[in-house]
Design a protein. Structure first.
Length: 326
């Protein structure tokens, strides 16, 4: 079991990151875990503030997420979408009837003056989730996808266009004016912090928006606690989502090594899948510590096992007694 004294702060996007967050949530006490979540996917849709990664994490920890998609609520009905379609409304972004209540409630809280962090705390309380899910900023930062011909809003690219356009550049609009949220910065500097953990979310689409906030990035790079990550690429393939396609379009090899290169300067250690053990030496040559295990999370036991492994890896780095064969 993990040391019950330490706290852990995690950076996460949506579906992929939420798997590890659930594993950590199951093995740690609520006061030991804080999650700083990407808001670059957020957008205003049908007049509603949609925050996909925040909601994926809330629903996952509440045990009500749709297990098939990893987003939205389980046991949904779709009367609103059917009625909207009849009225000629935009239906490319599916909003279930129960999920709709979350967006309307959040809008109500924001209109009444709550920050995104405060509104998220309210929703956490109403979903009986005790682990803090903290927006990376209370100021909008929007991930934009550049292609040869246009600049797309994130959900247009990811959902409406099914991530098919070839990406030439990714920008995080507003990051130079936005400050990290006070709760996120506090969680990254908490005392008794045992590690900062980067989940195996898509680095470019889910983690980099968080790191694009200069105060968050400098807090992490100046931190004395181990910063560990998990590669989302296993033997040349992304476990889910467009990560591999995106890496090819950005001119990178689709490998755990490329993930290590991307996070050089941020991570002290990277966990890669045992199928990629042949890349350990090259990754160590980059100056990162590396360890291998099964990183594919299908069952809850997989998620808990990877969570335990991550905490143990961080402890090894912290005590400096890395076992060179790991
Ligand atoms: N993803 C889809 O692929 N199609 C959808 O219609 C869709 C609707 C949706 C509604 C609410 C929500 O919180 C998330 C939703 N997502 C949908 C997922 C979302 O686009 C992605 O999970 C994140 O933006 C990427 O991490």
């Amino acid at each position: 079991m993990s040391d019950s004294d330490f706290k852990y702060t995690v950076l996460s996007g949506g579906v992929g990151g939420a798997k590890l967050v659930l594993g950590l949530h199951k093995i740690l006490a609520p006061e030991q875990l804080s999650v700083v979540v990407n808001t670059g996917d957020d957008f205003e849709h049908l007049g509603l503030p949609i925050c996909p990664d925040i909601d994926t994490l809330i629903y996952t920890l509440a045990g009500t997420v749709n297990p098939t998609t990893g987003w939205g609520l389980n046991n949904e009905s779709w009367y609103f979408m059917e009625a909207l379609k009849q009225l000629g409304g935009a239906t490319w972004f599916s909003l279930g009837d129960r999920d709709l209540a979350t967006h309307i409630r959040r809008r109500d809280l924001l209109v009444k003056g709550q920050t995104l962090s405060e509104a998220t705390l309210t929703l956490l309380r109403e979903f009986h989730v005790h682990t803090p899910i903290i927006p990376m900023s209370n100021t909008p930062v929007r991930t934009k996808i550049k292609t040869n011909s246009e600049t797309l809003d994130f959900q247009d690219y990811f959902v409406r266009l099914k991530a098919e356009p070839a990406v030439t550049e990714i920008i995080y609009a507003g990051n130079d004016q936005a400050a990290g949220s006070p709760d996120a910065l506090a969680a990254l500097q908490a005392n008794k912090l045992g590690a900062i953990i980067l989940t195996p979310s898509n680095p470019w689409l889910s983690i980099d928006p968080i790191l694009s906030l200069s105060d968050i990035k400098s807090t992490i790079t100046n931190s004395t606690v181990p910063v560990v990550g998990i590669s989302p690429i296993v033997s040349g393939k992304a476990i889910k989502g467009p990560t591999a396609k995106l890496m090819r379009e950005l001119g990178m090899d689709v490998s755990a090594y490329s993930i290590a290169e991307h996070y050089k300067g941020i991570l002290d250690g990277l966990i890669i899948d045992q199928q990629d053990a042949d890349q350990c030496d090259a990754i160590r040559a980059l100056g990162l510590q590396v360890s291998t295990t099964n990183t594919i999370m299908n069952s809850l036991d997989d998620k808990k096992a990877l969570a335990e492994f991550t905490l143990a890896f961080a402890r090894q780095i912290h005590t400096g007694n890395m076992d060179s064969s790991s």
